[in-house]
Design a protein around this ligand. Structure first.
Ligand SMILES: Nc1ncnc2c1ncn2[C@@H]1O[C@H](COP(=O)(O)O)[C@@H](OP(=O)(O)O)[C@H]1O
Ligand SMILES: [Mg+2]
Length: 272
């Protein structure tokens, strides 16, 4: 672990997410894909245990909210809470050859997301916040600043869940004043990374999700200059008593008014 990680939360988030990714790649190689359930369980557990041990050692005073851990109410009194999803896109992790799964490590501090990292181990890259350029992507080729690319006029590629796309999204695609393509991708982190890397233009999700599914990706997206909000346009808030955070929109700020208006026109069960 680089010495900087001892004082810099961005560096720690990035290093832990990438290192947990290495743990997961090792588990995938060792357990194999023959028994999908066994592989999913080994991945969830192995990455969770690694992250819990590292956070306990490196930030002993901070609270942790992990998808795989028991929710400790002490986090509601804490000023600093790490919100982690040890393996997002568990289903895709268990499918041979798929690269759309991620490790999420975010830090919530006094009401706001202070740092975040999304490792995409099978893609060999990690997107994370930084104290230099606000967001960066690191890979074998080094490190470069990350800025959400502007959309091509008249075209909108929207990433959606492979298994649980929002009910309204097809209808919305039909009414938007653009050529819309729906792109199924696994993992919230992988979908938001696809927006930030320019592979798609937006991510729309509704119907269920938890803080660990989107805290780290939202932290990176906001740092990269993207729009990230609830699907009614309200800000995303974290470390709630109930960690349910069922919907999210991430896109370039230029696309946000059109997509928010499209959602408003077709969705009848919006929150709030
Ligand atoms: N309707 C829903 N209710 C609860 N969680 C949901 C959900 N839709 C998606 N998720 C969670 O969001 C993550 C991304 O999902 P998807 O790939 O379908 O977009 C997954 O996390 P995990 O893989 O950590 O369980 C999944 O469980
Ligand atoms: Mg998840």
């Amino acid at each position: 672990m680089a010495p900087l990680a001892e004082t810099d939360d961005h560096v720690l988030a990035a290093e832990l997410a990438a290192a947990a990714g290495e743990v997961l790649l090792g588990i995938r190689a060792r357990v194999g894909h023959a028994d999908g359930r066994a592989l999913k369980d080994a991945g969830d557990q192995g990455s969770h245990e690694f992250l819990m041990a590292e956070l306990a050692a490196r930030r002993p005073d901070d609270a942790v909210l992990s998808e795989e851990g028991k929710d400790d109410p002490v986090r509601l009194e804490s000023e600093r809470v790490w919100i982690v999803d040890p393996l997002d896109g568990t289903r895709e992790f268990s499918e041979e050859g798929r690269t759309d799964w991620a490790v999420h490590v975010a830090l919530w501090e006094r009401g706001r997301l202070a740092a975040g990292a999304v490792a995409l181990p099978a893609q060999g890259r990690t997107l994370h916040t930084s104290s230099g350029p606000p967001a960066v992507v690191t890979s074998g080729d080094g490190r470069r600043p990350l800025e959400v690319p502007a959309p091509e006029p008249g075209r909108l590629r929207i990433a959606v869940s492979r298994t649980r796309p929002p009910q309204f999204v097809q209808k919305m695609a039909e009414i938007l004043d653009a050529e819309v393509e729906l792109v199924p991708i696994g993992s919230a982190g992988a979908k938001i990374a696809a927006v930030l890397l320019g592979d798609v233009d937006a991510y729309v999700h509704a119907g269920g999700q938890y803080e660990w599914d989107n805290a780290a990706p939202a932290a990176v997206a906001l740092a990269a200059g993207a729009h990230a909000s609830r699907i009614d346009g309200a800000p995303l808030t974290y470390n709630g008593k109930d960690p349910l955070l069922p919907d999210i929109l991430v896109c370039h700020p230029l696309s946000a008014p059109m997509v928010l208006a499209g959602i408003r026109d077709v969705a009848h069960d919006l929150p709030g």
